[in-house]
Design a protein around this ligand. Structure first.
Ligand code: ZN
Length: 132
């Protein structure tokens, strides 16, 4: 593990939340992205080394839409940057950690990502990510 890459926050209305977080954080480093594969629309705020990622659903059957329906808006995931997602998944699987993604997928910020199962990690949804 290299560092905390970003913190993901689930929001219903991206434009409204972006306006709010612009007031909180300043809006000079906002980056927008849609990850169709994950069914999410993202606004990322860069704060020094760290990123806060506002994540809204683009369709009702996306994981983030289901999360919001079940638990409401709020902190959604913690992303940890690693050198090699694939080898980390193999290592964690051997350690008995449950995986949502058995292999890396395309994520935001031109990274490969994979999620671990929150049942294995004290209820925290953890994303591993690797710069391509
Ligand atoms: Zn993320």
């Amino acid at each position: 593990m290299k560092k905390i890459s970003h913190l993901g926050i689930a929001v219903k209305d991206l434009a409204a939340s972006e306006a709010l977080f612009s007031k909180l954080l300043g809006d000079e480093h906002v980056h927008h992205e849609i990850v169709e594969d994950q069914g999410v629309s993202i606004a990322s705020f860069k704060i020094g080394e760290s990123i806060i990622e506002l994540t809204a659903p683009t369709r009702d059957d996306s994981a983030i839409a289901k999360f919001i329906a079940k638990r409401g808006e709020g902190i959604h995931h913690l992303a940890l940057e690693v050198d090699d997602v694939k080898s980390e998944l193999e290592r964690l699987k051997k350690e008995g950690i449950g995986l949502i993604d058995e292999s890396p997928k395309e994520g935001a910020h031109d990274m490969l990502i994979a999620f671990l199962h929150p049942k294995s990690t004290n209820g925290v949804l953890i994303e591993l990510c690797q710069k391509k």
